[in-house]
Design a protein around this ligand. Structure first.
Ligand SMILES: *[C@@H]1O[C@H](CO)[C@@H](O)[C@H](O)[C@H]1NC(C)=O
Ligand SMILES: *[C@@H]1O[C@H](CO)[C@@H](O)[C@H](O)[C@H]1NC(C)=O
Length: 264
């Protein structure tokens, strides 16, 4: 080996070592930032272990989700509302159309609200009973936004609009999936983050629902969407929501940027 070869050889060795060192530093850095992020979000809990209070909260929400809607069991009570199903449906009607009489729990009138048929229960299947609670919470707490969406008041609307109530059930269903609430413990960072907010305020799921509905409509208008695009809009809504929930400075749902879209 002459001196020139030796030079080339040693610089190759140098590059290989440098690359390995740089690579492992980057790898180490990634590992560290991951641990840090979890430490910051969950204080002293490195994984998604739940406190007893969080566990109880999750349990209560899971119970709400598990109550399927069944119109043949009218004595079925909505715990969180302290209402029986027929009363809850009537309350929803009055939130949607104050002063307008509902002629029966099964009635063509429901179509005015964007149910597919004259019996809302057939549309509740996907989201279950909790979707009725969500809609009612929305109507009672943010009547202005609720009416805007129900009557399609804002923006340049599509020829083929999404039906209000059916979209509402769809949103409940999407949120349950996004937050992974059917699992025993949260398996995603979004789920765990939301559970902390829920433990601080039990209305968090209903409030998140209102924010999501309004955000979905906002994206719908932004995209000049029509009903064919509904699933695309829902996916975009979900991504936006996940991004917002994972922002560092979110202490309450009211801190989400999309909260400002809602009006009472
Ligand atoms: C949500 O909407 C999509 C598109 O219209 C539909 O395919 C799906 O069945 C709906 N899901 C529920 C739970 O309503
Ligand atoms: C929980 O959140 C709701 C909706 O923002 C709010 O009206 C209520 O005051 C909150 N409750 C507590 C105990 O903070």
């Amino acid at each position: 080996m002459n001196i020139e070869d030796l030079c080339i050889f040693s610089s190759i060795i140098f590059f290989v070592i440098a690359a390995v060192v740089a690579g492992s530093a980057a790898w180490l850095g990634r590992g560290l930032s991951c641990v840090c992020a979890q430490r910051r979000d969950f204080e002293d809990q490195p994984s998604f272990e739940l406190t007893p209070a969080q566990e109880e909260c999750l349990h209560r929400l899971q119970n709400r989700i598990d109550i399927g809607y069944d119109s043949s069991i009218p004595e079925h009570q909505v715990q969180s509302l302290k209402l029986f199903i027929p009363e809850a449906l009537k309350a929803l009607w009055h939130a949607a159309f104050p002063g307008e009489q509902l002629y029966g729990l099964i009635s063509e009138q429901w179509k005015e609200m964007g149910w597919q048929g004259k019996d809302p229960s057939t549309d509740f299947r996907g989201g279950g009973f909790i979707s009725l609670e969500n809609l009612l919470y929305f109507g009672r707490n943010f009547p202005k936004s609720f009416q805007d969406l129900l009557q399609k008041k804002e923006g340049d609307r599509a020829m083929w609009e999404y039906p209000f109530a059916v979209a509402g059930v769809n949103i409940t269903f999407m949120l349950i999936q996004m937050l992974d609430f059917e699992a025993v413990k949260p398996r995603t960072l979004v789920g765990a983050t939301f559970l902390k907010l829920l433990t601080e305020n039990e209305s968090a799921f209903d409030l998140l629902y209102c924010i999501t509905f309004k955000l979905m409509d906002h994206i719908w208008l932004d995209m000049h969407a029509s009903y064919m695009d509904f699933n695309t809009v829902m996916k975009a809504t979900r991504h936006q929501l996940e991004r917002e929930l994972l922002q560092e400075d979110i202490v309450r749902l009211e801190d989400l940027p999309s909260y400002s879209l809602l009006s009472r």
